[in-house]
Design a protein around this ligand. Structure first.
Ligand code: AIR
Ligand code: ASP
Length: 283
């Protein structure tokens, strides 16, 4: 196999140069971190599950006309995505109070919010991703008003869609984090697409009946086996068989390699289709 050029090595993913110009390979690691890397562990199977779940959700979102960077799955740990210029914002959407919202404002965990709440954080590890306002975004030019309007509209649509999807399988979507990127078209037009990943690493999902936390909070707060929660989500989504793909800390590779075929079938239907999110604008 030819040596690949690494572009970026993050906490949970590594990015490599893709096979064609404008493409990137996203490799999902088994590393789990919390508190900006203060807590770290390697959890067998996490990368495979997040790759599966993210590929599935991105494909579903594409299906309802939300442009994403996702092109197709490559293997159980890798997916091909479009190269984007990442907008340095973490856009958090909340439906139910949890996490830093409770800490910051003293709201009781589990409080259902009157309306979905959108928050912005400046993506900067050295600063611990501080929360910022729309004004900060404009003042420092991280995104322009048109881009931000598009980002917020997309975040609301993603929330509506995912709320329905998860409630249909007995899960409550408490909150999630999105990242967006810019793609420049041939004529200099600019598109905003959903980037990064959509997985239990950046969503909070609670079981609707029992309230059990199934997401990365299991790792952050030592609430139980992380893989058990992630597998439960993947099973509910119909992505892995009932028996799961990870048992006693080891992954059934043969089974895991087969799963990508399912999503590629879905992705195939819209493959190489151009990203056309509404009216293009000049960059
Ligand atoms: N998140 C924020 N920064 C990194 C991540 N993964 C996600 C969390 C949670 C939501 O954003 O996983 O789903 C809100 O996080 P918090 O800590 O602000 O309450
Ligand atoms: N993603 C951040 C970290 O790895 C924050 C978190 O998910 O808790 O530390």
């Amino acid at each position: 196999m030819p040596r690949r050029k690494m572009i970026y090595d993050g906490k949970a993913k590594t990015l490599y140069k893709g096979p064609e110009p404008g493409t990137v390979i996203q490799y999902f690691k088994d590393d789990a971190t919390a508190g900006n890397g203060a807590k770290h562990d390697v959890i067998a199977g996490k990368g495979v599950l997040n790759n599966r779940i993210s590929a599935h959700l991105m494909t579903k979102l594409e299906g309802i006309g939300i442009p994403t960077h996702f092109i197709r799955s490559i293997n159980m740990r890798e997916q091909l995505v479009r190269e984007v210029e990442i907008i340095p914002l973490e856009v958090v959407v909340r439906n139910i109070a949890a996490g830093s919202l409770c800490k910051r404002l003293g709201v009781e965990e589990g409080t259902i919010l009157q309306r979905p709440l959108v928050e912005y954080y400046y993506k900067k590890d050295e600063l611990n991703d501080p929360m910022v306002s729309e004004d900060h975004i404009m003042t420092f030019g991280w995104a322009d008003p048109y881009e931000l309007e598009e980002i917020v509209a997309m975040a609301w649509r993603v929330n509506d869609y995912l709320n329905g999807l998860f409630s249909g399988i007995g899960l409550r979507l408490v909150d999630f984090k999105l990242e967006f990127g810019r793609i420049y078209g041939e004529h200099g037009e600019l598109y905003i697409v959903l980037a990064d990943e959509l997985s239990p690493d950046n969503c909070r999902l609670w079981d609707a009946k029992t309230g059990e936390k199934l997401d990365k909070d299991r790792f952050r707060f030592d609430l139980g086996d992380l893989i058990e929660g992630y597998q439960y989500i993947a099973q509910r989504l119909g992505l892995i068989p009932e028996g799961g793909i990870v048992k006693g800390g080891s992954i059934n590779e043969q089974l895991a390699e087969k799963l990508e075929l399912i999503e590629n079938e879905l992705a195939e239907k819209r493959r190489m289709r151009d990203v056309k999110p509404g009216k293009p604008r000049k960059a």
